[in-house]
Write a protein that binds this ligand. Structure first.
Ligand SMILES: NC(=O)c1ccc[n+]([C@@H]2O[C@H](COP(=O)([O-])OP(=O)(O)OC[C@H]3O[C@@H](n4cnc5c(N)ncnc54)[C@H](OP(=O)(O)O)[C@@H]3O)[C@@H](O)[C@H]2O)c1
Length: 196
């Protein structure tokens, strides 16, 4: 499968690209500024079957809107969280709707799945197995199942169906929660759901 990563030049996208290539996937790293080894976001969206939207929260709506035609019919994984730092502390600046719902509205024919908010870029960049689950939500069951199969090759844990896209806001807040725990315990935490 060809996988595009829009905003793939950032920490998260680079870590994800490394993981996916290790798994043998064909990865197109996308950027607003194409250069050697990096294609334009529009090209990544056009050529890929599955696209990670890995831009900062402030770029989610405009990127999805500008590339709505290219993203039509594609599975689009929204990983963005509305994290802001206040006095060096992670906090949240959520809009009225989640970023994933915002992306879905901006690119109405994209098959949006929200997930991976609890997976740290640093952890992705390392070669060791990720002892974590991946939490996913979305309205397109087939798209969600495809992302779940991919996620379960990235983590040692499970990909869990957390419901419809309307639940994305819950997942998006978890990044700030984990960053706060990491700060307090000088750690790098992830999520494992027990009792299943
Ligand atoms: N970092 C983590 O550990 C982590 C964990 C979970 C989820 N996430 C989420 O993953 C996403 C990417 O994280 P990151 O740390 O890689 O972010 P980042 O470095 O801030 O941004 C990623 C890339 O997006 C592009 N970009 C920057 N501003 C943009 C804008 N206004 N519009 C469109 N593109 C823009 C830039 O690439 P070009 O200049 O090359 O276009 C940049 O390299 C974020 O939404 C974040 O919430 C991150």
């Amino acid at each position: 499968m060809t996988i595009g990563i829009l905003g793939g030049t950032g920490d998260f996208g680079r870590g994800l690209a490394t993981r996916l290539r290790t798994l043998g996937e064909d990865v197109l790293v996308g950027s607003r500024t194409p250069r050697e080894g990096v294609v334009a976001n529009a090209e990544a969206a056009t050529r890929a079957e599955l696209v990670f939207l890995s831009v900062p929260p402030t770029g989610v709506e405009s990127t999805a809107r500008d590339l709505a035609a290219e993203l039509a019919g594609r599975i689009v994984v929204s990983v963005a969280s509305p994290v802001v730092f206040r006095d060096g502390r992670p906090s949240l600046d959520p809009g009225e709707r989640s970023l994933a719902e915002t992306a879905a509205e901006a690119a109405p024919e994209a098959r949006v799945v929200a997930g991976f908010h609890t997976i740290a870029a640093k952890a992705l960049a390392r070669p060791d197995p990720l002892d974590e689950d991946v939490l996913l939500c979305g309205d397109d069951a087939d798209a969600k199942a495809t992302v779940a199969r991919l996620a379960e090759r990235i983590v040692a844990g499970r990909a869990l169906d957390c419901g419809r896209l309307e639940a994305a806001g819950w997942l998006e807040t978890l990044t700030a929660l984990l960053l706060t725990i990491n700060k307090n315990y000088k750690s790098e935490t992830g999520v494992r759901i027990t009792g299943l």
